[in-house]
Design a protein around this ligand. Structure first.
Ligand code: SF4
Length: 429
């Protein structure tokens, strides 16, 4: 740790952070407390969603929102600020907060910027999940200046965007969004819901993301789940995490991908693989599990900045040069990877990285309590953090429930999201 501290930034207040990590570790079922488990070892949680509006300007066939979403009023900004505070108390600094909705860009833009700034100033990492329609270059630049860490654009055929019949056609939209974000200090992510109608387009999507890995750092595939207000009510038996993983592998052209090296929460919830890219050649970075486990332990307090992969890579290499183990074992690993992409390196092609992530949300009618207990993706509610799968299944209950505004003149006041009124007064927010 002392060597790490000399050459790398580390989180502040380590004793407090250790306490929060221990709490996360102990909240996991014992069989998931493994050396490759990220929760409780390096992260207190994967991500916490902060829903700042329930409204959306699209109506996806697989939408996770519920029947009242379009009608309920936005929570007052002080309630949002209070939730940010509670996330920090529960999970600590460095946590990724997904500012979401509905589509968060439908919230007043000055409020959206203030929310992002509050998260950033609280020492956490704000991320914006949007369909991109209202995410102009100017707004993204303003959000980046306020501390936005990454932007995740959700673009796919479930959105019924007119003039775009398939994923191939939607690449025009993706390209436009990439240009909007290009050059801003933001990590750029694309989310795609995979369903029976686009499963066979996954390989071409993967190749598209690899071609744009100068801007795009991560592509997340969500497997079709039956939840929310969407009108496709049946899950195809062919659309599974394994089916998606196989199509990713086929597209990148490697014999196998190390989907199981990193575990975040429950193994049935998601899989991830990280690739180093040199031009169109790729190397799987997670093939050596013991090395990854040691990395997880030794870098447990180091916050990496995925907005700037080069800086992060340089920091890790610097740290490696300070330790004989990493020089020997890590060096051999690195040489092996460089050898596998030597032709592209020789041609001096562009170097980057790409993470592929597969999220396997549960159907509302088939929630698995074991997965809920070991969830890594929570939503902050008035009742505290709740698993996203459970929240989606019970969304109506959560979004219609009056929210406490604290005590005023000896009485507790509530904001009613259905009417937009504060209980006990006639004031409208
Ligand atoms: S939201 Fe659902 S699928 Fe995702 S980590 Fe939590 S329980 Fe698992």
């Amino acid at each position: 740790m002392s060597t790490t501290r000399r050459v790398l930034p580390v989180h502040e207040k380590l004793a407090h952070r250790e306490m929060l990590l221990r709490k996360s570790w102990e909240s996991l079922d014992p069989q998931f407390r493994t050396p490759n488990q990220v929760l409780g070892r390096r992260s207190t949680i994967g991500c916490v969603a902060l829903e700042i509006t329930q409204r959306c300007n699209l109506d996806c066939t697989l939408c996770y929102l519920s029947e009242s979403s379009q009608a309920v009023k936005d929570l007052p900004i002080d309630v949002i600020f209070e939730r940010i505070k509670r996330i920090r108390e529960r999970y600590g600094t460095g946590v990724s907060i997904q500012v979401t909705g509905g589509d968060p860009t439908l919230r007043r833009h000055d409020e959206l910027v203030a929310i992002v700034r509050r998260i950033s100033e609280s020492g956490m990492r704000p991320s914006l999940l949007t369909n991109g329609i209202r995410a102009t270059r100017a707004l993204l630049a303003e959000l980046a200046a306020a501390g936005l860490f990454d932007v995740a654009f959700h673009v796919d055929t479930t959105q019924r965007r007119s003039r775009y019949p398939d994923e191939q056609a939607l690449n025009a939209v993706r390209e436009e969004y990439i240009e909007r974000a290009r050059g801003l200090k933001l990590a750029v992510i694309f989310n795609t819901t995979v369903h029976a109608g686009n499963l066979e387009e996954v390989p071409s999507l993967v190749r598209f993301f690899l071609r744009h890995s100068d801007v795009v750092g991560m592509a997340s595939f969500q497997v079709h789940a039956v939840t929310g207000r969407g009108d496709w009510r049946e899950r195809s038996v062919h659309v599974t995490p394994d089916a998606v993983a196989e199509r990713v592998r086929e597209a990148v052209g490697l014999r196998a991908l190390a989907w199981d090296t990193a575990l975040v929460g429950h193994p049935r919830c998601h899989q991830a693989t990280m690739l180093a890219t040199v031009g169109e050649e790729v190397a799987d970075v997670l093939t050596d599990r013991p090395l990854y486990e040691r990395f997880l332990e030794e870098f447990r307090h180091v916050p990496f900045d995925r907005r700037d992969v080069r800086v992060t890579a340089r920091q890790v290499i610097l740290r490696a040069f300070a330790d004989p183990f990493w020089i020997a074992r890590g060096g051999a690993f690195l040489i092996g990877k460089l050898w596998s992409v030597r032709k592209a390196l020789w041609r001096r092609e562009r170097i980057g990285k790409m993470t592929f992530f597969i999220h396997n949300f549960m159907d509302a009618a088939a929630l698995d309590p074991e997965r809920l207990r070991n969830c890594s993706f929570m939503v902050m509610t008035d009742d505290g953090p709740v698993s996203m799968c459970e929240h989606n299944a019970r969304r109506e209950e959560f979004i219609r429930k009056p929210v406490s505004l604290g005590h005023h003149a000896g009485a507790e006041r509530f904001f009613d999201p259905v009417t937009g009124r504060i209980a006990g007064t006639i004031e409208t927010v």
